[in-house]
Write a protein that binds this ligand. Structure first.
Ligand code: SAH
Length: 467
């Protein structure tokens, strides 16, 4: 194995001294190295980055927003599809170029891809200094303090690590993420998550409430509860339905969301809690994956299409104006044209507001990789994906048109990247249904305003402020 360049703490102490001359004590400067963290993947990774930032700040590091200003670069990664990993390989090679200017630069790979590829990462990217899985972040300061000629690995999975006592360094904004359950025990045959995030464990509800009170005190009005199977939450005293009600009751919290629930674990109690709790937003992301029972069986999802449809109809009956979104995967092992047609039919029948759509990507270590052939040609996967994207676009456009003429409540996020036709700035925010709403008037971020919708696209509602 090629020896990677070592991380020299001496060089970094000097760098810190030259950038921050007010610090006189050399022992204190050892930990003020500026850290830049880049995040890939799902919301749980975004939330994990906030944990990492908090752990590092607590240890005396400074988090910076520009990669060029950093002495330590950490990439928090995703492993769910191969292209997510390929992107990270591309990105770390590019970042390695920065070492020419800063020989003391430390580069680390964190998260799911680190866990998944721990064995091969030191060979494929020998210049990477450290590789840490999602359960190892408490040890990050200790690892960063080490000097080694080899890539430092820490990919121990834990049955207990919930980062209790670490108050995430939340980005300012309108929404605060709270991870309530880590890991996954479902073992769907296609999915890497149980292998890279370990066993399912729920954070104590007292700790969650403590976090939510802090979030409200910081001025956030919206909270999103997170987990790979968020509705499987149970800490031994409180189930997901009760947790929703308690979180929603915290003073100052006006909108509660959660993602992603697992269809099989969706209880009548949770539907009731959603329906009876005004703060719980009428928006639900419920991954279905396929419209074919045969495919769901092969994926070992644990529900049938009839059961999924039944759940959706109960949800829609109980919660007026519920916006529903989903995840759909095409080209999983053995997917026939008929199976694919069933997926299209399900989409046409259930009419999701929008969907994340993917081509199946074989992941080493999963049951599908070990036991089932990835037999759908790439060209067929691509063609099927294009077809469902087109179908979903037209459904999303039609659904969004129904909002024209209505007034929606918007939690303002800030100035939109999309200016008006005349070039002037516009504001944007989210409706209760989680739709992006754009309007020309300026409104304070984090305020709640009423917007009358006058037009729409498949992704956005446009309107004007109602005063
Ligand atoms: N816990 C979620 C899954 C999280 S991963 C669940 O209920 O299924 C997010 C999405 O990525 C999944 O819903 C699935 O649509 C997609 N996905 C997961 N593994 C994949 C793979 N091997 N190839 C392509 N897409 C995948």
């Amino acid at each position: 194995m090629t020896a990677p360049p070592s991380t020299s703490p001496l060089i970094s102490i000097e760098a810190a001294l030259t950038t921050d001359r007010t610090i006189a004590d050399a022992s204190a400067t050892a930990t003020i190295r500026p850290v830049y963290i880049e995040t890939y993947g799902c919301q749980m990774n975004v939330a994990d980055t906030e944990l990492v930032a908090s752990i590092l700040r607590e240890a005396g590091y400074r988090i910076v927003n520009e990669v060029e200003a950093a002495d330590i670069i950490l990439i928090n990664t995703c492993a769910v599809r191969e292209n997510a990993e390929e992107r990270v390989f591309g990105r770390v090679s590019q970042l390695y170029g920065l070492r020419a200017r800063n020989p003391g630069l430390t580069i680390g790979i964190l998260g799911c891809m680190a866990q998944h590829l721990a064995a091969e990462l030191p060979q494929r990217a020998p210049f990477v200094d450290l590789v840490m899985g999602p359960d190892s972040y408490r040890r990050l300061p200790a690892i960063l303090a080490q000097t080694s000629d080899e890539t430092l690995l820490d990919v121990r999975l834990s049955r207990a690590e919930n980062y209790v006592g670490v108050e995430p360094s939340r980005k300012t904004g309108t929404n605060a993420w709270v991870t309530i359950i880590r890991g996954c025990d479902k073992f769907c045959t296609f999915c890497i998550v149980p292998f890279v995030r370990g066993r399912e464990r729920s954070l104590d509800s007292g700790e969650i409430l403590h976090q939510v009170h802090n979030i409200a005190a910081e001025g956030f009005r919206e909270v999103t509860l997170l987990g790979q199977t968020v509705n499987s939450y149970n800490d031994g005293h409180t189930d997901f339905a009760d947790l929703l009600r308690t979180v929603a009751a915290v003073d100052g919290i006006e909108r509660v969301r959660f993602t992603s629930p697992y269809p099989r674990d969706f209880t009548a109690r949770t539907i009731e809690a959603m329906a009876q709790t005004a703060e719980v937003c009428p928006a639900l992301h419920l991954p279905v994956q396929s419209g074919s029972d045969q495919q769901l069986d092969a994926m070992q999802r644990g529900y049938s299409i009839a059961e999924y449809r039944d759940l959706v109809s109960k949800l829609r009956q109980a919660i007026p104006n519920l916006a529903m979104t989903t995840d759909i995967m095409v080209g999983f092992c053995g997917e026939t044209e008929e199976n694919f047609r069933e997926t299209c039919e399900l989409m046409e029948g259930l009419r999701f507001d929008s969907a994340f759509m993917f081509k199946y990507s074989e992941r080493s270590g999963t049951q599908a990789h070990r036991a089932i052939a990835d037999d759908i040609p790439e060209s067929v996967k691509g063609e099927r994906l294009t077809r469902i994207i087109k179908l979903q676009e037209s459904i999303s456009s039609e659904i969004n048109q129904k909002w024209i003429g209505k007034t929606v409540e918007v939690l303002v996020e800030g100035v939109s990247k999309r200016p008006a036709a005349d070039g002037s700035a516009t504001s944007f925010g989210r409706s209760l249904q989680a739709k992006t709403v754009i309007f020309p008037e300026m409104a304070a971020p984090n305020s709640i305003v009423q917007v009358r919708v006058h037009s729409s696209t498949s992704h956005t509602l446009m309107g004007t402020l109602v005063v």
